[in-house]
Design a protein around this ligand. Structure first.
Ligand code: ATP
Length: 284
């Protein structure tokens, strides 16, 4: 028995931090959606009670540090599954890029093993399991477009954004999410993005307003730490993207474009500037 799952990348169209909580976490308000850049997971049942991970990508852990491994172990323990699984991760999403690749792999593993072992776990229970693995995992279980609040675990599904092209560029550097959050002074944020504006722009399928409402309070921090990310953003703006934003804590920057011909032109223009560039559709 074998099952396949796609694990798409996530981008934040809006990321706001409202305050730092007493428990040390940040209270966030974010709009998240998926793009058509995805890892592909193959899960094959093993009669031996073991979890084996393989991947063509040489730069991710293949042991219990891998989020897909952790998802498999969690579901096995919780539902007392005595069989094993071999999981192959065909990685397409750049790693440590602010695109939640690991979280999406974990979510795809939960969905896939639910099918492989016919466990009939309802979606809300899968999401609760996902929350034990990471704050982006519950969203990745359902996908679509959602507003996330609290620590990121309170999700409200909203309609999908207007269809468009998303050009993603990842500069060759690693950004530590905890370092970026560590530098954020929640009480001194100069400009908060308007999440209600973004939600309204999405509901009315107003592409221009979506572009005008893009915002991420982590962007200035990463841009100040890594000038090359700022240059990349300026380069995307110059090439004519209709809206540009850094995703999550970075370093990936994405640009939105309505027309395919323009998307291709910008993609080609960026390739001279940055090695890792993708032009994909927004998932709607
Ligand atoms: P986030 O924005 O959720 O912090 P990210 O997109 O910046 O995530 P990931 O690609 O999820 O980053 O990888 C973050 C770290 O997780 C990497 O350093 C990697 O070693 C580890 N990791 C564990 N499992 C995976 C996986 N299945 N795919 C990619 N990275 C993984």
């Amino acid at each position: 028995m074998k099952v396949f799952e796609k694990a798409p990348a996530k981008i934040n169209l809006s990321l706001d931090v409202l305050r730092k909580r007493e428990d040390g976490y940040h209270e966030v308000e974010m709009v998240m959606t998926m793009v058509d850049l995805a890892d592909r997971l193959e899960m094959q049942e093993l009669n031996r009670d073991t979890i084996i991970i393989s991947s063509q990508a040489g730069y991710i852990p293949l042991d219990e540090k891998n989020l897909a491994f952790q998802a498999a172990r969690l579901i096995k323990d919780r539902y007392d599954v005595r069989k094993g699984v071999y999981i192959h991760l065909d990685k397409k999403i750049p790693v440590a890029a602010g695109l939640a690749g690991g979280s999406s792999d974990a979510a795809a593993t939960l969905r896939g093993l639910n099918r492989l072992w016919k466990l009939d776990i309802p979606e809300d229970e899968l999401m609760a399991l996902g929350a034990e693995l990471g704050s982006d995992v519950p969203f990745c279980v359902t996908g679509g477009t959602a507003v996330a609040r609290g620590r990121g675990e309170k999700l409200e599904a909203i309609p999908s954004p207007p269809s468009c092209w998303v050009i993603l560029a990842k500069p060759p550097l690693n950004v530590s999410t905890s370092e970026v959050y560590g530098k954020l002074r929640a009480d001194r944020i100069a400009r908060h993005p308007s999440v209600p504006d973004m939600i309204e722009a999405i509901r009315t399928k107003d592409f221009e307003r979506v572009c005008g409402s893009l915002g991420n309070v982590l962007e200035d921090i990463t841009l100040n730490l890594y000038p090359e990310v700022r240059q990349l953003k300026m380069c995307m703006e110059k090439l004519g993207t209709e809206g540009v934003l850094m995703s999550g804590s970075g370093p990936t920057v994405f640009g939105l474009v309505e027309k395919e011909a323009k998307a291709i032109r910008i993609y080609n223009g960026l390739r001279g500037f940055c090695k890792e560039v993708y032009a994909v559709r927004m998932l709607t």
